[in-house]
Design a protein around this ligand. Structure first.
Ligand code: HXC
Ligand code: NAP
Length: 281
């Protein structure tokens, strides 16, 4: 792990989230696991769900190496009953949720005219409906803890990106859900914010939009001239969940090295080439 990757633990108190429980949907891999790891390094207990129990078990083992207590139960965020049971198991093992991270999502590149009705609905269901389901089910626990929610969205929520006619509306919906809940649940002491990751290295999200060689070319469109790291999204989540952010709610935090300033042109060109050379089997 590079020095940059461990900076959260270097600059924040190691017990910042001691006694706190963080529940991460889709926590078994990628950015969401990076978020779970950041909280685990800072003393939190971690509840999480995803569809694959095997993936969750592997992720949980890694988090326990940081000394975290972990509850990892498979659940599909589209199925409220499964999510309810995973959160019940987590509550019984770790106590009420203090911080909910809604990170489960699905993506693939596809031309709008080739996107099936079910393909569109599937991504809306995972990203948007799944985020509502998680928030709604966690509400009673968050109300007791005066906790907070972090939604993981994407640049597609704010700018049109080619071949993302499903993801754009799904993530834009999540951004608006974040604001509605900030408005309605603020009086309970519950804060609601989102993180908008840019292009993050070594993730399934990147593998689905570009080849590894092309992903290195993405840096041309990023003012800070490098891809982001999962740990850096974790650090942003730690900040938003810390007392430093006690008066921040209803806000979207871009963590993208400034990429949004360049627009989506690079993505659009690269995606056209990627899709042409990687037609769906
Ligand atoms: C066109 C596709 C497709 C593809 C699936 N579909 N893949 N259409 N191109 N490549 C269609 C299917 O044909 C089907 O429609 C419908 O989508 C549902 O597919 P299923 O495989 O039955 O769905 P399911 O098993 O629920 O899986 C969901 C999934 C899958 C989204 C399709 O890819 C998945 O599990 N993804 C999770 C991991 C992931 O995507 N991680 C990246 C997140 S990154 P029909 O009509 O045939 O029934 C992200 C934003 C990143 O979210 C931003 C990048 C910078
Ligand atoms: P990832 O590793 O595929 O993360 C998605 C996670 O969600 C997986 O662990 C997956 O596990 C879980 N998941 C998917 N469908 C689910 C469902 N129906 N129910 C429960 N869990 C489900 O991809 P990632 O790239 O790290 O993306 C993580 C988050 O960051 C997503 O919200 C994504 O939109 C966002 N993001 C990523 C990037 C990027 O550069 N990668 C950029 C912007 C935003 P299972 O398959 O086991 O269910």
């Amino acid at each position: 792990m590079s020095a940059l990757k461990s900076v959260g633990r270097d600059v924040l108190p190691h017990d910042l989230f001691s006694g706190k429980t963080v529940f991460v949907t889709g926590g078994g891999s990628g950015i969401n696991l990076g978020i779970a790891r950041s909280f685990a390094e800072l003393g939190a207990s971690i509840g999480m769900c995803g569809r694959s129990q095997e993936r969750l078990d592997a992720a949980a083992a890694g988090l326990r190496d940081f000394g975290a207590k972990v509850s990892a139960t498979s659940a599909d965020v589209r199925v409220p009953e499964q999510l309810q049971s995973a959160m019940n198991v987590s509550r019984d093992a770790l106590g009420d949720i203090d911080i909910l991270v809604c990170g489960a999502a699905g993506n693939f590149l596809v031309q709008g005219e080739n996107l099936s009705f079910n393909g569109f609905k599937t991504v809306i269901d995972i990203d948007l409906v799944g985020s509502f389901n998680a928030s709604r089910i966690a509400f009673e626990q968050l109300k007791r803890t005066r906790g907070s929610i972090i939604f993981i969205t994407a640049p597609m929520a704010h700018m049109a990106h080619a071949y993302q006619a499903h993801v754009g509306p799904a993530k834009a919906g999540v951004e608006m859900l974040m604001k509605n809940l900030a408005l309605e649940w603020g009086p309970y002491g519950i804060r609601s914010n989102s993180i908008i990751p840019g292009f993050i290295e070594d993730t399934e999200g990147m593998r689905r939009i570009s080849s590894e060689a092309d992903s290195r070319n993405f840096i041309q469109s990023i003012p800070l001239r490098r891809l982001g790291m999962t740990q850096e999204i974790g650090q942003a989540a730690a900040f938003l969940s810390s007392p430093l952010a006690a008066y921040i709610t209803g806000t979207s935090l871009w963590v993208d090295g400034g990429q949004a300033l360049s627009g989506s042109g690079f993505f659009n060109n690269n995606s056209a080439a990627f899709l042409a050379s990687n037609p769906r089997a």
